[in-house]
Design a protein around this ligand. Structure first.
Ligand code: UFG
Length: 332
C-alpha cells in the first residue's frame, strides 16, 4: 500500500518509515522539518536500500498538501506531525493548538477530498491524566493537564466524531508510552534541539559529557525507590506497532484506541543504573524536587494491543540503552 507519513523525518516517524519499507509498503513523507532534518530521509533510504518520496510541506499549507495527495494516490495516512514538548506548550498554547489541531483538521479535510479515509494517529499515554490507576487501560476516562496533552485529547475526540458521522472512516489512536532507543544501525535516533526534556536523551548527554549531571525529579513518590516509574518502549517495537495498526485500519472501520507500551515500569534510578551498566559509562545525578505535572507511575495494560493487533513489544531495557548510546556515538 502507498502510505503517507506526516512527520516521517522525526524520531518515531523515521523508524516507522523503515518498518513500512521493509514490509513492502510505498512511503510518502510530508514533513516541514521544524524539529527534524532531511538527512533522516537519506538514512531511511540507506538502512532499507529502498526509495521513498519526501515533501517538505507544512500541514497548514492546504494547497501544497492537496498537491501531494493529487500526485500520490495514498491508501492510508500515519499522522505523527505535531509539536510535542509539554513545557513549551504551556508557554505557547496558541502555537500548539494552531499547529496540532488546525494541522490535523486540514489533513483530514484533504484526505476526505482525496477519498482516503484511513488514519493511524500518534496519541500519547498523557491522555490518561493524573487520576487513573496503573496499569492504564484504553477504556479509562481521558483528560489533560497542559496544552500539548489537550491537543492529543482533542484530536482523539475529533477522530471519534468523524468516524461516528461517517462510518466508512477508520482511525487507530495509538497511545504511546515512553519511546526510547534507536535503530540498531545507529543511523537514526532521537536528536532533541537544545537541552533535552526527556529522561533518556538527558542521560545520554550526561554520559557523553555534554551535560554535567542528571537532575532526578523527586525521590519521594509512592514507588519502590521513590523515583518516577515509566513504561519505556524501544522505538523499533513502537514502529512495528504502526504496521499492526495499519493492518487493523485496512480491515475495520471506526475509531479505536490502543496502548503501545511494554506493560513494565522502570524507575528513574533503575534507568540510570541500566544505562551505566549496559554502556560502561558514568551518569552522575542529584535528587531535586518534583517536576510540576509529573505523576508517580505510568505503565500500560497491553492486553488489547496483544489481543486485537496481535502485537507486543519484544525488546528490553538493555537493548534500549545500548541502541540509544550507539546512535549518540554515531552522530558525534
Ligand atoms: N526525569 C528526571 N529527570 C529528567 C527528565 C525526566 O528525573 O531530566 C523523570 C521524570 O520526572 C519522569 C521520568 O523521568 O519520572 C520520565 O520523564 P520523561 O520526561 O522522559 O517522560 P514523561 O513520562 O514525563 O513524558 C513522556 C513524554 C510526553 C508524554 C508522556 C506520556 O515526554 O510527551 O510521556 O506519558 F506526554
Amino acid at each position: 500500500m502507498k502510505v503517507l507519513v506526516t512527520g516521517g523525518a522525526g524520531f518515531i516517524g523515521s523508524h516507522t518509515c523503515v518498518e513500512l519499507l521493509n514490509a513492502g509498503h510505498e512511503v510518502v513523507i510530508v514533513d516541514n522539518l521544524s524539529n527534524s532534518k532531511e538527512e533522516a530521509v537519506d538514512k531511511i533510504r540507506e538502512i532499507t536500500g529502498k526509495d521513498l518520496r519526501f515533501y517538505r510541506v507544512d500541514l497548514l499549507d492546504r494547497r501544497e498538501l492537496e498537491d501531494v495527495f493529487a500526485q500520490n494516490p495514498v491508501g492510508a495516512v500515519i499522522h505523527f506531525a505535531g509539536y510535542k514538548a509539554v513545557g513549551e506548550s504551556v508557554e505557547k498554547p496558541l502555537e500548539y493548538y494552531w499547529n496540532n489541531i488546525a494541522g490535523t483538521l486540514i489533513l483530514l479535510e484533504t484526505m476526505r477530498a482525496a477519498g482516503c479515509k484511513k488514519i493511524v494517529f500518534s496519541s500519547s499515554a498523557t491522555v490518561y491524566g493524573m487520576d487513573n490507576p496503573v496499569p492504564f487501560k484504553e477504556g479509562y476516562p481521558i483528560s489533560a493537564t497542559n496544552p500539548y496533552g489537550y491537543t492529543k485529547v482533542m484530536i482523539e475526540q475529533i477522530l471519534q466524531d468523524l468516524c461516528h458521522a461517517d462510518p466508512s472512516w477508520s482511525a487507530v489512536l495509538l497511545r504511546y508510552f515512553n519511546p526510547i532507543g534507536a535503530h540498531e544501525s545507529g543511523l537514526i535516533g532521537e536528536s532533541p534541539n537544545g537541552i533535552p526534556n526527556n529522561l533518556l536523551p538527558y542521560i545520554a548527554q550526561v554520559a557523553d559529557g555534554v551535560l554535567p549531571e542528571l537532575k532526578v525529579y523527586g525521590d519521594d513518590y509512592d514507588t519502590p525507590d521513590g523515583t518516577g516509574v515509566r513504561d519505556y518502549i524501544h522505538v523499533v517495537d513502537l514502529a512495528k506497532g504502526h504496521l499492526a495498526a495499519l493492518d487493523y485500519a485496512v480491515s475495520y472501520t471506526g475509531a479505536e484506541p490502543f496502548n503501545l507500551g511494554t506493560g513494565h515500569g522502570t524507575s528513574v534510578l533503575e534507568m540510570v543504573q541500566a544505562f551505566e551498566k549496559t554502556n560502561n559509562v558514568r551518569v552522575p545525578y542529584k535528587i531535586v524536587s518534583r517536576r510540576a505535572g509529573d505523576i508517580a507511575a505510568a505503565y500500560a495494560d497491553t492486553s488489547k494491543a496483544e489481543r486485537v493487533l496481535h502485537w507486543h513489544a519484544e525488546k528490553g531495557i538493555t537493548e534500549m540503552c545500548q541502541d540509544s548510546w550507539k546512535f549518540i556515538q554515531h552522530s558525534r
